[in-house]
Design a protein around this ligand. Structure first.
Ligand SMILES: CCCCCCCCCCC/C=C/C(=O)SCCNC(=O)CCNC(=O)[C@H](O)C(C)(C)COP(=O)(O)OP(=O)(O)OC[C@H]1O[C@@H](n2cnc3c(N)ncnc32)[C@H](O)[C@@H]1OP(=O)(O)O
Length: 393
């Protein structure tokens, strides 16, 4: 119903920019006479994150375009290439709003969310505290409270696999967190996986330059992504209650000053299974943190570690019982966040700085090796097997 309503709602009345009358939408016409405040807008953004059912791509595009129009005004970004399907769809949706005033876009956004909320139930499955200050990301929930910026991967139905958009959004969120007034930053995941690593569908949309161009772009993206972790100036904590697979564990484990895991969490870097090779500087940091022999088991043979094993190996700082995980970890984080922020920054700097150059060099080398791996039959077969539902990890 909401879906249909919003198809109709997209037919703007050019003069007033109000929506054409339709039962569900009509309910909101009275509200369009009012101006949504910034607070209403922020509340609506939070509400979107709590929707239990996915409202579908069409509505999500509408929400995206209204959000962009409300916050940035008319689209003046260069149009993405035809093969960049997702970004092109987003660009088209935003551009279609033309010169719609920011205030009207804000009001329409609030009305759209209100209509969705009344037809789709709100979720009760998100972690506490996530509704306080979300910031319009598509794949993340970012909140900032009590001196802590929390970046939560938020594609739970895809086990928080990192699609290209998520790579970009994490980089953006890290850059924003490095400048905000929080003392510490926490990286976590929503749902039953901290992350399932690189989204294997990233391998599917091949640009005009073919797989070679795809692999080259992938290596550039990965290098930049890992570089953001290397350069991140504040204390960064990875907090994981559930399995962490592949990609994200390595950069976030290697550069976090603390890793908290529940006794349900596992750590798995199955690079060889996928015809790939270590990344996130894990080829350098893991043998240093663990031992070369244990790192080999993990990075070459893809041995999965329990949280307890990872803690014994020094990859994880501390393991908490699953039932009390959130409470215990957040009590601790809140205490840390009260420490003098500059002192923490400087302490992190002195620990990490002498390694920085080395880490950037390792990152560059790993990305270059991976670029070759992505073109190999071993890697292509593994991806095809997953995508054709023949294999899972
Ligand atoms: C040239 C490319 C450029 C790319 C850009 C840069 C890339 C940098 C890459 C750096 C190297 C990274 C290495 C890694 O990350 S290795 C790890 C890769 N991950 C995997 O192989 C995990 C695959 N997933 C699974 O094995 C299982 O899904 C899992 C065990 C995680 C969970 O199983 P479960 O049965 O509980 O759940 P489902 O399988 O039903 O999953 C639910 C839906 O989520 C989708 N899903 C899950 N993980 C991924 C993934 N990694 N990529 C894409 N999609 C994923 C799954 O397909 C289901 O979707 P549907 O509901 O639509 O079926």
């Amino acid at each position: 119903m909401a879906h249909l309503a919003w198809r109709l709602a997209q037919r703007w009345c050019p003069s007033s920019l109000q929506v054409i009358s339709f039962p569900v939408v009509q309910l909101h016409l009275n509200r369009t006479a009012m101006r949504a405040s910034q607070k209403d807008f922020e509340n609506a953004m939070n509400q979107v994150k709590l929707l239990k059912k996915d409202p579908g791509n069409e509505v999500k595009l509408k929400l995206y375009s209204l959000y962009k129009q409300a916050t940035e005004g008319p689209c003046n970004m260069p149009k993405p290439g035809v093969f960049d399907l997702i970004n092109k769809a987003k660009w088209d949706a935003w551009n279609a709003l033309g010169s719609l005033p920011k205030e009207t876009a804000r009001q329409n956004y609030v009305d759209l969310v209100s209509s969705l909320s009344s037809s789709l139930e709100s979720s009760s499955q998100v972690e506490p505290g996530t509704d306080r200050k979300s910031t319009g990301y598509e794949t993340l929930m970012v909140t900032s409270e009590d001196g802590i910026t929390k970046i939560m991967l938020n594609r739970p139905t895809k086990k928080n696999a990192l699609n290209v958009e998520m790579y970009h959004e994490i980089m953006h969120a890290l850059k924003a967190a490095s400048k905000d007034d929080s003392a510490i930053t926490v990286l976590t995941g929503n749902g039953d996986y901290y992350s399932s690593g690189n989204d294997l569908t990233n391998f599917t949309d091949i640009p005009p330059g073919g797989v070679e161009e795809k692999a080259k772009n992938g290596a550039v993206l990965l290098r930049e992504f890992v570089g953001c972790f290397i350069d991140f100036p504040k204390p960064l904590i990875a907090s994981g209650q559930c399995p962490a697979l592949g990609h994200l564990p390595s950069p976030s484990l290697g550069y976090s000053i603390a890793v908290y895991a529940s006794d349900r969490a596992t750590f798995h870097t199955p690079f060889s299974h996928l015809g790939q090779s270590p990344e996130g500087c894990s080829s350098y940091t893991f043998p240093k943190i663990m031992s070369p022999a244990k790192a080999t088991e993990m990075l070459v043979f893809g041995k999965k570690l329990t949280a307890g094993e990872a803690c014994a190996q020094g990859l994880v700082t501390e393991v908490f019982p699953d039932s009390t995980f959130q409470k215990e970890v957040w009590t601790r984080l809140k205490a840390f966040a009260k420490l003098p922020p500059n002192a923490m920054r400087i302490s992190k700097e002195i620990i990490r700085n002498r390694e920085k150059e080395k880490l950037h060099a390792v990152n560059a080398e790993e990305c270059s090796v991976l670029q070759g791996r992505w073109l190999s039959d071993e890697c292509m077969n593994a991806v095809v097997n997953f995508l054709s539902r023949k294999s899972k990890l």
